[in-house]
Design a protein around this ligand. Structure first.
Ligand SMILES: [Zn+2]
Length: 218
């Protein structure tokens, strides 16, 4: 049975961490849409070149083009047993395009598809974000709220100075999340109606979230 997972959740929900663990344990590729798009542009493929024209103008890459890039990726050999799709879809339009893609690539395959929604309150997300620190030397990421750090100004790995990103402010974060939730909400209903949505309480530690995930897969 081909296992297909879609991970939906705002930045800072811990979705990325869980994707990595699941990807390793189940030996399924983590298809992160943001990275995929960047790789495609860097590789100067036909679709990448097209996407670059929009990115260079500061425009959004059209949904049809993104879906083409995703389809090409999901058709690759390493996806034959399944995949974890992260960061896509973000809207109903994208979800409908994804339906089309999956129908095309899975025509004669027995598949199981599950959508995990990492649910977390906006104010908790903002709290996490403003407490996030990055090492100026090695790039390690810390969270003053959720991690125990001896010196809040120094990296424990390399001793570099811990800094806060300029855009990790409450105001910027709030704007970003408001847009995110507005976009995503209809998507949650879309998958709920189909009975394939699994809501994960993301306000929990890494281990218990993963247990919940695994329990839902079986
Ligand atoms: Zn460091």
């Amino acid at each position: 049975m081909k296992q297909e997972f879609i991970f939906i959740g705002p930045p800072g929900s811990g979705k990325g961490t869980q994707t990595k663990i699941l990807s390793k344990e189940y030996n399924l590729p983590h298809v992160d849409t943001g990275s995929l798009l960047r790789e495609e542009v860097a590789s100067a493929s036909k679709e990448g070149e097209l996407a670059k024209q929009f990115i260079d103008k500061g425009q959004l890459v059209p949904a049809e083009l993104v879906s083409k890039i995703i389809k090409n990726r999901l058709l690759k050999e390493d996806c034959k047993n399944g995949f974890i799709l992260d960061g896509y879809p973000r809207s109903i339009e994208q979800a409908e395009l994804l339906d089309k893609i999956l129908k095309e690539i899975d025509e004669n395959t027995n598949t199981s598809i599950k959508v995990f929604y990492f649910e977390i309150e906006e104010k908790k997300l903002i709290e996490r974000l403003v407490n996030r620190r990055t090492c100026s030397k090695c790039g390690a990421i810390y969270n003053l709220k959720t991690m125990e750090i001896k010196d809040k100004n120094r990296c424990e790995k390399c001793g570099g100075e811990l800094t806060r990103r300029k855009d990790d402010t409450e105001e910027v974060a709030k704007k970003r999340f408001d847009t995110y939730f507005q976009e995503t909400e209809p998507l949650i209903d879309f998958y709920k109606k189909r009975g394939i949505l699994i809501t994960i309480n993301a306000d929990n530690d890494i281990k218990s979230i993963y247990e919940k995930l695994k329990g839902a897969i079986k």
